[in-house]
Design a protein around this ligand. Structure first.
Ligand code: GLU
Length: 429
């Protein structure tokens, strides 16, 4: 018998040291015993199908030339075209994009969307560039990855620091190069360009829906429940407003400008206005500024990390006093932190389920673009809520059946679907 040549994580490294890709590989290790005969194919999950690194040269407003590194990774396309966002961030790396692409494969399968997983990124701090520079960078990046994207190949969408305008530039660049107008090449577009109503709020709305389901299962009423949210952007901001409207007490929010706390509940609407006007929550009235350590240690019913990866880790997991963690971000909890929380009895609604609302409405957008027939916002929200509830219910049934966490259950459900498709398609040649 030959030794298995590709054990995911060498014994001298722990998953946390390997960053998000290490976290993902560890999650795959944990699900493998539950895959039965399909585990024959599990190696396919441990390596991306295709990774592209591109150089993006651009003339800046001051006449100098700058170069940026961009990525597009297609992790798996067994169940359909690649799907996943593009992020602009100064710390983006290939291995981070690999992990984010892999989580998209799992996410799309967990909620039964007919997509594989992909992700893209450019290592750039977009705050340092003008609108014109960002447009040129986005267009050159789109051209460079143009041969591997397309409505039947791989469909980008917004992610951290990208938005509907970024998608409009991407759609236009792809269309110009193709010599036609292809709206379905990206999702998260402006509504005037074939975007879907409800897409902007979709991720936060999905977080709210599964958060309510998990609270209900734990016997917690949303009215009066305490909510702590990291991130006040598209995901955290929308979730905060929906929980606030439902009568929950959003007692703390953290964004890139600081963390604010009010034990009686923050005025989320006033805070939204303040953040829009000043660029962040810092300095808003009727709240005390707290340290990051105090923020993570707040006693709360729901804790919603809705920013970046690895925020709940070995350093702060022991201090977390939340009954339920709802992962609005991708990969916010490291596997070691996950173990600590689980051993304390904290319920974790994993990212691949909790934040799937965004890609679900992206799927609706892609379908609407193909048929050029557009749905109403109530119709979209209704379908989104129904799909999120169905996914939550089936994952929680798998969790009960195998006596495993919701994360392992979501991975069992998703990896089984991906590997079944892999097996039935067969290897080529
Ligand atoms: N960036 C979002 C995510 O991480 C949405 C991706 C999409 O709509 O394709 O799920």
């Amino acid at each position: 018998m030959t030794e298995h040549p590709t054990h995911a994580i060498p014994s001298y490294l722990n998953a946390e040291a390997l960053g998000p890709w290490g976290s993902y590989l560890e999650q795959v290790e944990r699900v493998t015993p539950y895959l039965g005969k399909l585990s024959k194919w599990v190696e396919t999950l441990k390596r991306p199908k295709r990774s592209l690194i591109v150089d993006i040269p651009v003339e800046l407003d001051n006449g100098t030339i700058a170069h940026f590194e961009g990525y597009r990774v297609q992790h798996n396309t067994s169940r359909g075209p690649g799907k996943g966002g593009v992020r602009f961030h100064q710390e983006v790396t290939l291995s981070e994009v690999m992990a984010l692409a892999a989580w998209m494969s799992v996410k799309c399968a967990a909620v039964s969307l007919p997509f594989g997983g992909a992700k893209g990124g450019i290592r750039i701090d977009p705050r340092n560039y003008s609108r014109g520079e960002l447009e040129r960078i986005t267009r050159r990046y789109t051209s460079e990855i143009g041969s591997i994207i397309g409505p039947n190949k791989d469909i980008p969408a917004p992610d951290v620091n990208t938005n509907a305008q970024t998608m409009a530039w991407m759609m236009d660049t792809y269309s110009m190069n193709e010599g036609g107008t292809t709206t379905g090449v990206v999702t998260g577009k402006p509504v005037s360009l074939g975007g879907s109503l409800g897409r902007v709020e979709a991720t936060g709305r999905g977080v709210y829906v599964v958060g309510c389901e998990a609270a209900h299962d734990a016997g917690i009423a949303i009215e009066g429940a305490r909510i702590v949210i990291q991130g006040f952007g598209n995901v955290g901001g929308t979730a905060a407003r929906l929980f606030y409207d439902a009568g929950a007490k959003v007692i703390a929010i953290q964004d890139h400008t600081g963390a604010l706390h009010n034990a009686n509940g923050l005025d989320v609407l006033a805070l939204t206005k303040h953040a829009e006007e000043t660029g962040g929550i810092a300095g808003a009235p009727d709240a005390e500024q707290i340290s990051p350590a105090d923020f993570w240690a707040l006693e709360t019913e729901l804790l919603i990390p809705a920013a970046l990866e690895s925020q709940i880790n070995l350093e702060n997991a022991n201090t977390v006093r939340a009954k339920i963690v709802v992962e609005g971000a991708n990969g916010p909890t490291t596997p070691d932190a996950d173990d600590i929380l689980t051993s304390k009895g904290t319920i974790i609604v994993p990212d691949v389920l909790a934040n799937a609302g965004g890609v679900t409405v992206s799927y609706f957008e892609w379908v609407q673009d193909f048929s050029s027939f557009f749905w109403t916002e109530p119709e979209i929200n209704h379908r989104l809520e129904a799909m999120m509830r169905t996914a939550y219910t089936s994952v929680s049934a798998v969790a009960k059946e195998h006596a495993v966490s919701l994360r392992t259950a979501a991975f069992i459900t998703a990896c089984t679907r991906i590997l079944e498709a892999r097996e039935v398609r067969g290897l080529y040649p």
